[in-house]
Design a protein around this ligand. Structure first.
Ligand code: ZN
Ligand code: ZN
Length: 178
């Protein structure tokens, strides 16, 4: 099998590889993703299940019930060093969501505007700057029934402020995005 890129945990005991470019790059600022990362948002790259292979080590899993969907999120992490490598999902049972920063080279794939999206502006912390011309969702990109929400796009780089977050939350609630 021809792999395109490898990644791993901090201590090196778990190594993985992928054989395709990510289908989507989701920058998600929901409260789960903020707690998952400890950062402003998770940069999550999505791959079909068959395209990711664990090369060494065995990730431990923690099963978390999503507050939004009520479905289980399986978090795969290294029990020695605590690095969270990827997730699998009850709701989306055919994909891996990889913590992009665990790739040896986080820039190995191109970041296209048509595959890179921003989720949950309604919960994004102050000061994050959203780039112009990218799909931005005030809540999730998909409704619970699987239909797509409508993305917004900013004409110029836009800083998240309390006012923007408040407007995003009202929009997301009105359109049942969250
Ligand atoms: Zn480790
Ligand atoms: Zn999220």
């Amino acid at each position: 099998m021809e792999f395109l890129a490898e990644g791993g945990c901090l201590c090196g005991s778990i190594r993985y590889a992928v054989k395709s470019e990510p289908e989507f790059i989701i920058n998600c600022a929901c409260s789960f993703c903020q707690r998952f990362t400890g950062g402003h948002y998770l940069v999550e790259t999505l791959f079909p299940l068959d395209d990711l292979t664990v090369l060494s080590g065995t990730p431990k899993t923690y099963d978390h019930k999503s507050e939004g969907s009520g479905k289980i999120i399986h978090i795969h992490f290294c029990e020695d060093c605590g690095t969270k490598l990827f997730m699998t999902f009850e709701r989306y049972d055919d994909i891996y969501g990889v913590s992009t920063g665990t790739f040896d080279n986080p820039n190995w794939f191109p970041r296209h505007r048509d595959t890179t999206k921003y989720f949950y502006i309604s919960q994004m912390p102050d000061g994050v700057v959203l780039p112009a011309g990218y799909d931005v969702f005030y809540g999730h990109g998909l409704k619970l029934d699987g239909t797509h929400n409508t993305p917004q796009r900013f004409d110029s780089p836009t800083e998240v402020t309390p006012a923007l977050r408040k407007a995003a939350l009202e929009f997301a609630r009105k359109n049942e995005e969250i």
